[in-house]
Design a protein around this ligand. Structure first.
Ligand code: FAD
Length: 301
């Protein structure tokens, strides 16, 4: 049995995407419960960039302000915790949390983000989000002009090399040439981008600030910054357990209104988009919130 009254919407994940959905719904007097486990993907990064009005703020400050503003809407409530399962009921969804609480809602928003999978390279995870970064738009300006390495393969490596070469003239690709086509290799050579094929075994750093890369053959080279494309997995198994389809890239499949392939379930933010930024997560959450409000209205009106 649920512990509380049935909510219009349960939002699993209360970071930028989830809070944005909650604001749109709260402003329409919808009864919303946000369940959040408090582990946003950017928590180790000292400053967040490229989100207008909040450029250079800490990720936690942006989230705290968002939460404070969303809390002003009295029909929105929060619990800190991990949603561990969700199931379809006759007229909505039942969600349970790790500590055994149970809640019901008519609609569900999955705003759970993704989990970045750190490679087993000593020092890598300590530098993640500080000077080992995923995105030139988020951190490239601060790392401009530095001696920079890129750890990636194939098309993604070429894409990153192009973007990063706008920001610094000293770019080295740490990759296997086998992942690149002859045309790609010619482009890199023409732009004086070096390639090192030897496997990386360690990133030497001081409090997350890269000092050097150590290679498997024992050699090392000084670098100041690294861009890395790392694999990810869904943070939560709930969408797949509910039957939500994933895309080829591993994102939750959504339509133009953030609706998943399961009726009544919406997804927003990193879990359903290749556009990985605070601004995109906020946009997608806002879209999901308004789409759900419309759906709830049409069911009633
Ligand atoms: C290192 C790093 C640095 C970045 N820097 C920038 C930057 O400078 N500028 C920028 O625009 N973007 C940046 N990004 C991207 C940006 O952080 C993400 O696009 C954004 O956080 C996505 O928001 P989200 O709400 O989808 O997911 P997240 O912010 O990752 O939040 C997901 C939330 O869901 C919760 N959750 C997950 N599963 C459950 C569950 N089962 N139950 C309850 N809660 C759950 C998590 O605890 C978390 O609070 C960065 C990303 C990384 C990894």
């Amino acid at each position: 049995m649920p512990d509380q009254i049935k909510h219009d919407v349960i939002i699993i994940g209360g970071s930028y995407a989830g809070l944005s959905a909650a604001m749109a719904l709260g402003r329409s007097l919808k009864n919303v419960l946000i369940i959040d486990s408090g582990l946003p993907c950017n928590r180790q990064t000292p400053h967040s960039h490229n989100f207008i009005t909040q450029d250079g703020e800490t990720p936690a400050a942006i989230a705290a302000k968002a939460r404070q503003q969303v809390s002003a809407y009295k029909t929105v409530s929060f619990i800190n915790g991990l949603a561990t399962s969700a199931a379809k009921t006759d007229d909505g969804f039942a969600v349970t949390t790790q500590d055994g609480q149970a809640f019901e809602s008519r609609k569900l928003v999955i705003a759970t983000g993704v989990k970045d999978l750190m490679p087993p390279i000593k020092g890598f995870s300590d530098c993640w989000g500080i000077t080992v970064v995923h995105c030139p738009y988020c951190h490239g300006y601060e790392l401009r002009g530095l001696k920079t390495a890129i750890m990636s393969k194939g098309d993604k490596a070429l894409h990153l090399a192009g973007l990063v070469s706008n920001l610094t003239n000293d770019v080295t690709l740490l990759t296997s040439t086998a992942s690149l086509t002859p045309v790609q290799l010619r482009k890199l050579t023409a732009r004086r981008i070096r390639i090192i094929e030897t496997e990386v075994s360690e990133i030497v750093h001081q409090s997350g600030h890269v000092k050097a890369v150590v290679f498997a053959d024992g050699s090392q080279e000084k670098f100041d910054a690294i861009y890395a494309a790392v694999p990810f997995e869904q943070h939560s198994e709930i969408p797949v357990a509910l039957g939500c389809e994933l895309t080829e890239t591993g994102h939750i499949k959504v339509d133009a209104t953030q609706k998943t392939t399961v009726e009544g379930v919406y997804a927003c933010g990193d879990n359903s988009s290749t556009m990985r930024s605070v601004a995109s997560a906020v946009y997608a959450g806002n879209l999901a919130g308004t789409a759900i409000n419309r759906e709830l209205t049409e069911e009633r009106f």
